[in-house]
Design a protein around this ligand. Structure first.
Ligand code: BES
Ligand code: MN
Length: 454
């Protein structure tokens, strides 16, 4: 049986697969800062080498205006097989603050059942799971055609990927995209994600006096830009946690009663989970929606960072000349990132006082996405998961964003099957990011079964 042969290959090569993942994790391929440009190139080449090693053809590192895209494909060993386009990203988020890590973030370390490193879960572990599942399946005779597209700009909003996809439509032609950049509800709860939120990211700069001022001499006659920025930000939500940008909710698609019922049945107490995971004294948000609904199906506006004035040790009496906030909105269907940028501008025009000057930069943007769960590919993955975990998968919305999902829908008309094998306490984007290795191994098994089930 080719399936059992492939599964045996996974077991026999388990140590080598872990060693390969560790080597991949040692490359600090942070996409957002220029200082890691060489590491990004190294990571892209590393993926290309790994593709060659598992027998891929047409392996190439395609340059873009930003970071390169890696491609490779493996043909099925039978006629008329479907084609699966496997998506991944080799870039990672910055690891700072470094002092909060128990091991250096780019020195992968196993403690207990977990592997700790930046990118372990998001998503080098998932990229390796896909590569190694294909390697194992190919060892037994690959039942589907597989194409890999592994990019290096996901963590900065995939700004050059849409262009790459549009220029390589034939190369990327496929029946379904497998996207393992999501996660699981728990180690015993295999999960298929059917919706993601989108993103609109901004930098808002507020300028006051032409240079910092003595707060005694000028306090009372000059509007402090830090205060003006704080006032603007404070006005962006009302007392019920609703966003006040004009027209912000106009396109928000309401949840059906049926879906609300299904989401309420997920096997987990969201309030307890969010309290434990975050350590906050109390949750916050729109009272008429449950936490699961708020993170999956409601839009948000967040302050990601704030800067102004004197932030060193000690005290300095000063009116700063400048204040800045990084602001982002998570979007839901059918909100449009460009339209939301217009709404934020309209809010600022209406509310910014005449005492300051402001500038707004629009950074990343990606629409939300919803995928059909009644497709043959989703059924094949559900079956593969059930055979692996002994329990049917849960279907959930995720609050994170993966721009490629919408890009592939729009440019290729291609739907994605979203999954992943990281756990909710995997600390993505945070210190001590980690991968639960037993779940990772089950994930590889599920992917092998998926290829055969398709
Ligand atoms: N893997 C995440 C997205 C994700 C997070 C899916 C949690 C499911 C659960 C992805 O790598 C990510 O973090 N994306 C960024 C995208 C943004 C920069 C456009 C995000 O969501 O912040
Ligand atoms: Mn991420």
């Amino acid at each position: 049986m080719p399936l059992s042969q492939a599964l045996a290959y996974l077991k026999d090569n388990s140590d080598r697969f872990l060693a390969e993942l560790e080597a991949f994790l040692r490359i600090p391929s942070v996409s957002t800062t220029a200082e890691h440009k060489d590491d990004i190139a190294r990571a892209a080449n590393w993926v290309a080498d790994n593709l060659r090693a598992i027998g891929a053809r047409k392996v190439a590192v395609y340059p873009t205006a930003g970071h390169p895209v890696v491609y490779g494909e493996l043909p099925a060993t039978r006629e008329n097989a479907p084609t699966v386009l496997v998506y991944g990203h080799y870039d990672v988020q910055p690891a700072e603050p470094l002092e909060l890590w128990e091991n250096p973030p780019f020195e992968p370390t196993v403690r207990g059942e977990r592997l700790y490193a930046r990118g372990a879960t998001d998503m080098k572990g998932q990229v390796m799971a896909s590569l190694k599942a294909v390697e194992a399946a190919a060892h037994a005779g690959l039942p589907v055609n597989v194409k890999f597209v592994i990019e290096g700009e996901e963590e900065i909003g995939s700004p050059d990927l849409a262009g790459f996809i549009a220029e390589h439509k034939d190369l990327l032609a496929a029946d379904v995209c497998l996207n393992p950049d999501s996660g699981m509800l728990g180690a015993d709860w295999p999960t298929i994600t059917y919706a993601l939120r989108g993103l609109a990211y901004f930098e808002l700069r507020v300028y006051g006096p032409e240079h910092d001022l003595h707060s005694g001499i000028y306090g009372g006659v000059v509007h402090n830009p830090a205060q003006a920025l704080a006032e603007l930000i404070a006005g962006m939500h009302d007392e019920n946690g609703r966003i006040t940008l004009p027209g912000f909710y106009d396109r928000v698609r309401p949840l059906s009663d049926e879906e609300r019922k299904a989401l309420a049945k997920l096997p987990f107490d969201p309030t307890a989970f969010y309290l434990k995971q975050t350590g906050v004294p109390q949750l916050w948000g729109e009272p008429e929606y449950t936490p699961i609904e708020r993170t999956g199906a409601r839009p948000t506006l967040e302050i990601n960072g704030l800067y102004s004035g004197f932030i060193e040790e000690g005290a300095k009496t000063v009116i700063p000349s400048y204040a800045m906030a990084k602001i982002s909105c998570r979007l839901v269907p059918d909100q449009d990132p460009d339209e939301v940028a217009g709404q934020l501008k309209a809010y600022l025009k209406a509310h910014a006082p005449a005492t300051i000057r402001w500038e707004l930069d629009v950074m990343a943007g990606a629409p939300a996405s919803v995928t059909d769960i009644h497709t043959p590919a989703v059924k094949a993955l559900a079956k593969a998961m059930e055979d692996t975990w002994g329990t049917q998968p849960f279907y959930r919305r995720e609050g994170g964003s993966i721009p490629v999902v919408g890009q592939m829908q729009q440019i290729l008309g291609l739907d994605s099957v979203l999954t992943g094998f990281g756990l909710p306490d995997g600390n993505l984007h945070a210190p001590n990011e980690n991968l639960h290795l037993p779940t990772w191994r089950k994930g590889m098994e599920a992917l092998v079964r998926f290829f055969f089930a398709l």
